[in-house]
Design a protein around this ligand. Structure first.
Ligand code: NDP
Length: 246
């Protein structure tokens, strides 16, 4: 489905990003496994891809660093010749009620989740324009669509990702580039492990399909949007959340 394609996945050392990297590679893409702090885990993802006959390399860069994102995109093109698929997955939470949320907590989440998505898209813009093809998939969240007490910073960042996705989709549509978002619900990763048992139960009660999602649920949706099968889909937000948002 993706053979001959080159994909860059941010935050691909663990969690959802790891599964996305492995899945895109399974479908034939060469993958740049971006990480921020998880060097060994990212190298393990590269090893797993190579063991199955795929091609990948790990690249350290914080998506909140505009210049470093440029270097990462340049390196992708230097080593793999082009960039077809950008998946903006890397993200953080700093949850708290606004009463206790610090300015630093607010800024850190916006810098990584929202500005980080801008940074990588900005650097992929020109190469994708020149190719007159490309796929950009941004990870939003059910929280960006519904809101959630204790996540004002995170919800703002993920709602921002939706607005940015739709605007980019309009800018790039005439060049054959699609830009979509995937909005996961409650997925079993380190991010949700950090929730209290009470919060986990309360969230589960809001899921019509009544199960926690897997990283594979998200990765397959991303792979579909990255493929030629989705060539007539742009500016959309695909909820993969067991029906939490409908
Ligand atoms: P995890 O907390 O399990 O992993 C976070 C990932 O983001 C890690 O790979 C981490 O890299 C990376 N990351 C964090 N900061 C940066 C940065 N500055 N630069 C590059 N990468 C960074 O999260 P999930 O896998 O659960 O989430 C992945 C995405 O899906 C996020 O955008 C999240 O908001 C979204 N999402 C997740 C949901 C869930 O239920 N899990 C629900 C809705 C949305 P490293 O370890 O190398 O620092």
């Amino acid at each position: 489905m993706l053979s001959g394609k080159v994909a860059l996945v941010t935050g691909a050392g663990r969690g959802i990003g790891r599964e996305i990297a492995l899945t895109l590679a399974e479908y034939g893409a060469k993958v740049v496994v971006n990480y921020n702090g998880s060097k060994e885990k990212a190298e393990e993802v590269v090893r797993l891809i190579e063991e199955k006959g795929g091609e990948a390399f790990a690249w350290q860069c914080s998506v909140s660093d505009f210049e470093q994102c440029g270097v990462m995109v340049e390196e992708t093109i230097r080593r793999f010749g082009k960039i077809d698929i950008l998946v903006n997955n890397g993200g953080i939470t700093r949850d708290n009620l606004v009463m206790k949320m610090t300015e630093e907590d607010f800024d850190a989440v916006i810098d990584t989740n929202l500005k980080g998505t801008f940074n990588t898209m900005k650097h992929c813009y020109r190469p994708m324009l020149k190719q007159r093809s490309g796929r950009i998939i941004n990870l939003s969240s059910v929280t960006g669509l519904l809101g959630n007490a204790g996540q004002v910073n995170y919800a703002a960042s993920k709602a921002g990702v939706v607005g940015m996705t739709k605007s980019m989709a309009r800018e790039l549509a005439s060049r054959g580039i699609t830009v979509n978002a995937v909005a996961p619900g409650y997925i079993d990763t380190d991010m949700t492990q950090a929730m209290t048992d009470a919060a986990k139960e309360a969230t589960l009660a809001q899921i019509p399909l009544h199960r926690v999602g897997s990283t594979k649920d998200i990765a397959e949706a991303v792979a579909f949007l990255a493929s030629d099968k989705a060539s007539y889909i742009t500016g959309q937000v695909l909820s993969v959340d067991g029906g939490m948002h409908m």
